[in-house]
Design a protein around this ligand. Structure first.
Ligand code: FE2
Length: 247
C-alpha cells in the first residue's frame, strides 16, 4: 500500500497556493492508495478557511482520504466546523490488513495536545477488530520532542500513556505533524514520523515545504521525504538533515 502523509496546510493568510498545487500534482502522479492529513488544515479554524481546505484536499486523487484536526483547526470554535467538512476527527479505516486510526489531539483554544482517557478507551476498543493488522496511528501533535524546534511545548500532555498503549498493542507506525519540521524516531519496533508543513510559509529555520511518501509491504515500511518541487530522500535522520535544508 502506498500512502502519502501531508500536514499543516494552514489555509488562510499564510497559505502558499502555488506550492500546494505543485505538491498535489506530484502526489497524484504517484497514484497513492491513501492520503493522510495530520491536521492544521486552517490557520484560525474559520469557515472560509475550512471551505478552502476542503476544496484543495478534494484535488488529491486517491482511494481514501483520512483527515485529522490540529490545534489551529480547533481555534475560533473551529472544532464545531471540522466535523461538518471532514467528519469525525477520530476515525478508524481498515484497508486489507492495514488499520489506520486517526486520533483527535486538538482541544478548543489550546495549542497543546491531549488524547484523553475516553478517547484512549475508544482506541483500545477499536483494536479488538484489528488485532492482526499492521497498525498505524495518526494524530496532529508530536509524541516525542523534535530537534531544532526551540523550547519544548504543545506536546501531547498524556504522550506517555499513548506511547505505552502503542507499544503494548504492537503498533507499527505513528504519523504526526504540528512542528513544521520533518523528523523520525524509532522506539523499539515503532517508527514515528513527523511531517513538515506542505504549504505554509511558517517554515522553521531553513526547512522547506515537504510531505512524506510511505510504502507499506507486510511488516516493512519504506519511507521517503519529498521536498515540494525538489529532492526526494530516504526518511531517516541523516538524509533529512542533508536534503531538506536550504543551505
Ligand atoms: Fe501547523
Amino acid at each position: 500500500m502506498l500512502l502519502v502523509h501531508l500536514s499543516d496546510l494552514h489555509c488562510g493568510p499564510k497559505f502558499k497556493e502555488e506550492t500546494f498545487l505543485e505538491a498535489i500534482d506530484e502526489i497524484n502522479a504517484l497514484n497513492p492508495d491513501v492520503a493522510i492529513v495530520t491536521g492544521d488544515l486552517t490557520e484560525d479554524g474559520l469557515i472560509g478557511e475550512f471551505k478552502e481546505a476542503k476544496r484543495y484536499l478534494a484535488l488529491i486523487k486517491c482511494k481514501r482520504l483520512i483527515v485529522g484536526s490540529g490545534n489551529h483547526d480547533a481555534r475560533t470554535t473551529g472544532y464545531l466546523l471540522f466535523p461538518k467538512f471532514f467528519g469525525n476527527p477520530s476515525s478508524v479505516t481498515k484497508i486489507d490488513d492495514i488499520a489506520i486510526i486517526m486520533l483527535n489531539s486538538s482541544r478548543p483554544d489550546r495549542d497543546d495536545g491531549e488524547i484523553g482517557y475516553n478517547q484512549g478507551l475508544w482506541m483500545k476498543n477499536q483494536l479488538e477488530n484489528c488485532k492482526d493488522a499492521f497498525k498505524i496511528i495518526a494524530l496532529h501533535h508530536h509524541l516525542i520532542p523534535v530537534p531544532d524546534t526551540g523550547m519544548e511545548r504543545n506536546i501531547v500532555s498524556d504522550a506517555g500513556d499513548l506511547l505505552w498503549t502503542l507499544t503494548k498493542y504492537g503498533f507499527n507506525l505513528v504519523l504526526c505533524g504540528h512542528r513544521h519540521r520533518p523528523w523520525t524516531w524509532t522506539l523499539g519496533k515503532l517508527m514515528i514520523i513527523h511531517a513538515g508543513t506542505v504549504s505554509t510559509d511558517r517554515l522553521r529555520g531553513f526547512y522547506q515545504n515537504t510531505y512524506n511518501i510511505i510504502q507499506v509491504e507486510g511488516e516493512k515500511i519504506v519511507a521517503s521525504l519529498k521536498v515540494v518541487g525538489g529532492q526526494e530522500c530516504a526518511l531517516n535522520q541523516v538524509s533529512i538533515e542533508a536534503v531538506n535544508s536550504l543551505f
